[in-house]
Design a protein around this ligand. Structure first.
Ligand code: WT7
Length: 672
């Protein structure tokens, strides 16, 4: 009672003057179906008002949702205690809960047969459904297996496995016993895996014999064996049987996961965890060579993932949510696993590629499984456009209600193709902008809002609780419409990352120091005449290749490991399908007379073995020098322009130590 009185006094003042009654009725209907718990705050009269309220009073907004949407063992006493200046984020203090209970048990109790996961295997047409009660059984058995292996509260478990129900259950099993998972994308090389496992200090690693993708098998266990030669922390390796391939098992370290699960009880009491206990680490690239272990919390993260999943996509229980991302990325965490399951939904696990066995794979699957929400990456759409529309139109897509996109700008051509060809102009396009660090969708058209027009190529509107601002070089907020700046977020939200594993200093430095008092996203953005946001691209040395985030410094570090390389500078350039391609400028050591083509191939192999296939440079240009300032700083701006063939727009090069080098590079670039 007291709560509602206080609240309406606030909203009265805040929203005084709202006149449009017909919109009010529509809005009331909207809130009562999508935010029933907010209905008591009757004075909020439009979706915009609700958004304003969520950023004016984040404590109120999020605590109402936290209480109604999460299952707590102990209620929280302090909704939020956050400070952008020190990088301190605490939500729902005093509260206790278990994430696996929220994602599995509470649905298994009310509706055990409800399908939680639909596993679309690589082989076309082979599907496995997993109900909430079956998932509960798997989670319990894996949780007990982990306990047997000595995993306790706060210990890290690394996952290097293909998307599958066992992988999802492994993530949830870790959460069940209060441990922390770190999923390493199963396309990363042994070295990249080793670096992440080592940094995380994982004790146990879960993998599979092989993965299957696009009809090809990849020997995951073999990669794990190589990786573990270098790191000592892992004492137990649990191996899921995916293909049944013959593999080597190391005595006293490796065990078959299915055998352990059979031996274990399905009953495992959930550990009662604090809201702020870490749920997972996820490594992502930054502007230095060393990947960052982004750490997410339990309650705040889960709430943000589930609320955004429901309201960005207007998800209704019973629908099949088809996010085709891999669990190795944040999209897989938030919109394949945690968001859908916390909402009691049904989630697709897609193991294959968009072009296997042919470029109709997505749409054939949509028809067969009757997918209601399709959430994919622009790079895949651009690839498919090239194969022609028949691959789409020959399948029935009438089940789809919303089409989502994530990871990079959805260019005009891809937007219109998605909208007209795939969606028959019937489905809303949900272009979602967010980051590993935001935990969930931050800016998106939010079609669940009534009267929300779509604007192609723009993520448009902030989600609830999100307060985007544009800042200029002086750190002042740029006001008004038709303006650009550094995209920052000015109000804390529950899904924000809490720290970088083992390096809180770097966390503060990376996100909160450029613009004190704000979270800096690293992206630039434009606010158009209507107030909609458009992302203009990264402002740091991070590039986006086929939707994968890559630090140019990571690639440079690898290239300079080669015996013949003196120096390297890597930039991104616009690529029709990949979004950005990798372009490397390399200076060879004095006196190297080897065949350039040989070195080029060696460098490509080196990048593949140290990072992953997607990081391989498209172009490697050997040059005698690089454009540097007199103080020795490489002017990447110039290298980016050359790579993009914008030679007539190089700007002022007179401050360079040796301006002539630019002409040499241009000539070599044109001859390549
Ligand atoms: C970076 C974050 C969020 C899950 C996948 C990527 C770029 C992401 C969009 C979009 C334009 C986008 C940004 C961002 N990005 N979504 N809809 N439009 N750019 O997560 O690996 O953490 O990368 O991806 O540059 O900062 P991530």
């Amino acid at each position: 009672m007291v709560r509602s009185v206080l609240f309406s006094r606030f909203t009265d003042k805040f929203f005084a003057g709202f006149k449009n009654r017909s919109c009010l009725a529509e809005f009331r209907q909207f809130t009562s179906t999508t935010f029933p718990e907010l209905a008591e705050f009757g004075n909020i009269s439009s979706h915009e008002d609700l958004h304003k309220f969520s950023i004016q009073r984040p404590d109120k907004f999020w605590s109402v949702l936290a209480r109604s949407r999460l299952k707590w063992e102990t209620d929280f006493h302090t909704p939020m205690d956050c400070d952008f200046r020190t990088g301190k984020f605490n939500w729902f203090l005093g509260g206790k809960l278990n994430i696996s209970v929220n994602c599995v048990d509470r649905w298994a109790e009310v509706d055990p047969e409800r399908i939680a996961l639909v596993w679309e295997k690589d082989e076309q047409g082979e599907v496995e459904n997993v109900s909430y009660s079956q998932l509960q059984d798997m989670v319990g058995r894996i949780a007990n297996t982990l306990k047997q292996a000595g995993v306790g509260v706060g210990d890290v478990v690394a996952l290097y496995m293909p998307i599958s129900p066992v992988a999802v259950a492994s993530m949830l099993a870790t959460a069940r016993i209060g441990a922390v998972h770190t999923v390493v994308f199963a396309g990363f090389s042994a070295e990249a895996l080793a670096a992440r496992v080592e940094d995380s200090g994982a004790k146990v690693l879960i993998t599979a014999d092989e993965s299957v993708r696009g009809g090809r098998r990849t020997p995951l266990k073999r990669t794990v064996d190589t990786a573990l030669e270098k790191c000592e922390t892992v004492k137990t390796v649990l191996v899921m049987r995916r293909t049944g391939a013959e593999i080597k098992m190391k005595p006293n370290r490796d065990e078959w996961l299915d055998e352990c699960m059979l031996r274990s009880s399905p009953i495992c009491a959930p550990k009662s965890m604090n809201s702020e206990d870490p749920l997972f680490l996820l490594y992502t690239s930054g502007s230095t060579g060393k990947p960052k272990g982004v750490s997410h919390s339990s309650a705040g993260y889960l709430l943000y993932a589930m609320v955004t999943m429901k309201h960005a996509f207007d998800y209704k229980q019973g629908e099949l949510f088809g996010c085709v991302a891999d669990i190795g990325w944040i999209t897989g965490h938030s919109y394949v696993v945690y968001g859908p399951l916390a909402n009691g939904g049904t989630s697709l696990l897609f193991e294959s590629t968009p072009v296997y066995p042919d470029p109709g794979r997505y749409w054939e699957m949509v028809e067969r499984l009757k997918i209601n929400h399709f959430y994919g990456a622009p790079t895949a759409l651009r690839l498919l456009i090239g194969y022609g529309d028949e691959y789409v139109t020959k399948y029935d897509r009438s089940s789809i209600r919303k089409l989502g996109s994530v990871g990079e700008p959805l260019n005009q051509e891809a937007w219109h193709w998605f909208h007209s060809v795939v969606g028959e102009k019937r489905c809303d396009i949900v272009d979602t902008w967010w980051q590993t660090e935001t935990g969930g969708v931050a800016i998106s058209p939010r079609p669940s809002a009534p009267n929300a027009p779509l604007s192609p190529g723009k993520p448009q509107r902030p989600m609830f609780g999100m307060n985007p601002v544009l800042l200029d070089e002086k750190g002042e907020e740029v006001q008004g419409l038709g303006v650009s700046g550094s995209l920052c977020l000015a109000t804390p939200w529950p899904g924000i990352a809490r720290t970088l594993h083992g390096d809180h200093q770097r966390f503060v430095q990376t996100y909160f120091s450029a613009y004190p008092g704000y979270y800096f996203t690293g992206d630039g953005a434009f606010r158009d005449e209507k107030g909609d946001y458009q992302i203009t691209g990264r402002m740091d040395d991070v590039i986006n290749v086929t939707g994968h985030r890559l630090g140019t410094a990571e690639v440079e570090d690898v290239l300079t490991e080669h015996d013949n390389v003196a120096e390297a500078a890597v930039v991104g350039y616009p690529h029709e399908v990949k979004g950005e391609g990798v372009y490397a400028y390399v200076i060879l050591k004095q006196g190297v007379n080897l065949d350039e083509e040989n070195i080029r191939n060696e460098l490509k192999l080196l990048v593949k073995s140290k990072i992953s296939g997607f990081a391989i440079p498209e172009f490697i240009l050997f040059t005698p020098g690089l454009p540097k300032t007199r103080s020795g700083k490489i002017m990447r701006r110039i290298l980016r322009k050359i790579a993009a063939n914008q030679m007539d727009d190089l700007g002022d090069i007179s401050t360079l130590a040796e301006p002539e080098i630019v002409e040499t590079i241009i000539q070599k670039h044109q001859k390549k």
